[in-house]
Design a protein around this ligand. Structure first.
Ligand code: PMP
Length: 428
């Protein structure tokens, strides 16, 4: 098949007729499929069920320092959970605080604290005329919601295959004191599945921000989420790099076991320099008496160590790899050469990022919905939900069954084709 742009009007009209007929046929099936959020499938959740039997009525409830995990006590996590979670993100115990069930919650609280109290003695951000954040985009919609919630102005920075465009990042942060932070998903990014190169990580660690209270919000959500056993991305440890660069306080790193064990019932972690952690502890002492140590114990007893996590993640990979491949094969087979879309081929994470022709993403998502397939809303991957090119669509292949997914992918490519033809005909 020729690239659609090379077809004349007559051919396009013919094609539209054909595609509309195919679309009406699938629409008539009355399907209801969800490719909108990065949730694990039921089979993945089943992998962690034995964890629930490891801490029960007959269990020893003491952690390794003899503390009874059923009672109050320990603000920063039981020692073995600190060890497990710090090794998951390639750092060590003294750099972490173990929190509750959600890393997004830590990120929200962190921004909230900066707004109310500032950073290591700086003016609280809420007292400043303007506070800005850099938002490499496409990115994670919930990050953008957090900064939007606090009235922080968001500046879009282009994402490249080896991370955010660092020329832009360096230029902006060195000139503008109102820029206080940047959202990063450094490994298997949401939604492209890109991993920051060593050079990108080092450039981050060596930033010279005009604002002394600038922080890198390093959301390492997909740190162990490989799709392949052999072909894996690796990421430099930002905390070490910041120390080496003489900027130990520059970064705040977040992660959780949400997509390792149970989303919403995992364990989360904050990693940072000693000074940053001391400040955080000062505030969380007022906020909580302590997080859920029983869940920490359960996770440690189940995974044991980082090798245990890695082994477990390979079981996840075996379940979701065919789903990624099913979508990628359909995209390759149906759209290659048509010049109406581009997509990423991630080696890990939870998403595939698709870029349609400009001005088509919203219409494509609406079209798939007509046929019963819910996708993430177009625009969600950009600050304020506004994709300036209206072209990015996030595909989340993990939740539907393999069979459903094959069908959903067919509907997606059909919608892409149909909307692209309508665009070229000047109808949208
Ligand atoms: N960060 C990113 C990049 C994510 O994709 C997600 C989950 N979709 C989260 C954070 C949320 O993590 P948690 O469940 O730990 O709040």
């Amino acid at each position: 098949m020729k690239a659609y742009r090379q077809l004349d009007r007559e051919k396009l009209l013919e094609l539209k007729k054909e595609l509309t007929q195919q679309f009406d046929e699938v629409k008539a099936k009355g399907l209801s499929l969800d490719m909108s959020r990065g949730k694990p499938g039921k089979d993945q959740l089943d992998l962690s069920m034995p964890m629930l039997d490891l801490v029960n009525a007959g269990s020893d409830m003491k952690c390794e320092n003899g503390m009874d995990c059923r009672n109050y006590g320990v603000l920063d996590g039981i020692p073995e959970a600190k060890r497990l979670l710090s090794s998951m993100i390639d750092t060590d115990s003294e750099h972490v605080i173990v929190f509750g069930n959600s890393s997004l919650n830590i990120m929200f609280d962190t921004v909230s604290r900066c707004m109310l109290k500032g950073v290591l003695g700086s003016t609280p951000w809420c007292k400043l005329d303007k506070v800005k954040f850099l938002c490499p985009s496409p990115g994670y919609d919930r990050h953008f919601k957090v900064t939007e919630f606090f009235g922080i102005e968001m500046i879009t920075v282009p994402m490249l295959p080896d991370g955010p465009d660092m020329d832009v990042v360096e230029e902006l942060v060195s000139k503008d004191e109102a820029i206080k932070g940047i959202w990063c998903v450094p490994k298997y990014s949401n939604p492209q599945g890109y991993t920051y190169s060593d050079e990108t990580v080092r450039r981050f660690a060596n930033l010279k921000p005009a604002a002394k209270d600038f922080r890198i919000f390093w959301d390492n959500a997909y740190c162990v989420h490989h799709l392949y056993e052999e072909d894996q991305d690796s990421l430099l440890d930002i905390i070490t790099e910041c120390e080496k660069a003489g900027n130990p306080d520059l970064v705040l790193e977040f992660a959780s076991t949400s997509k390792v064990s149970f989303p919403g019932a995992g364990v989360s972690v904050l990693a940072a320099s000693k000074a940053n952690l001391e400040e955080v502890k000062k505030y969380i002492t007022t906020q909580t008496i302590g997080h859920d140590k029983i869940n920490q114990l359960r996770h440690v007893r189940f995974f044991k160590d980082v090798e245990g996590i890695e082994e477990h993640m390979m079981k996840h990979a075996a379940l979701i790899r065919p789903k990624f491949e099913a979508v990628l094969n359909t995209l390759d087979r149906e759209l290659s050469g048509l010049d109406i879309g581009q997509w990423t081929k991630p080696k890990g994470g939870y998403f595939i990022s698709f870029d349609s022709m400009e001005g088509c993403a919203k219409a494509i998502v609406a079209k798939t919905k007509e046929a019963g397939v819910v996708m993430t809303g177009a625009g969600a991957t950009f600050p304020y939900g506004k994709d300036p090119k209206d072209s990015n669509i996030r595909i989340a292949p993990t939740l539907p069954s393999a069979q459903e997914l094959a069908l959903a992918a067919e509907i997606f490519v059909l919608s892409v084709k149909l909307v692209s033809v309508e665009k070229l005909l000047g109808e949208i």
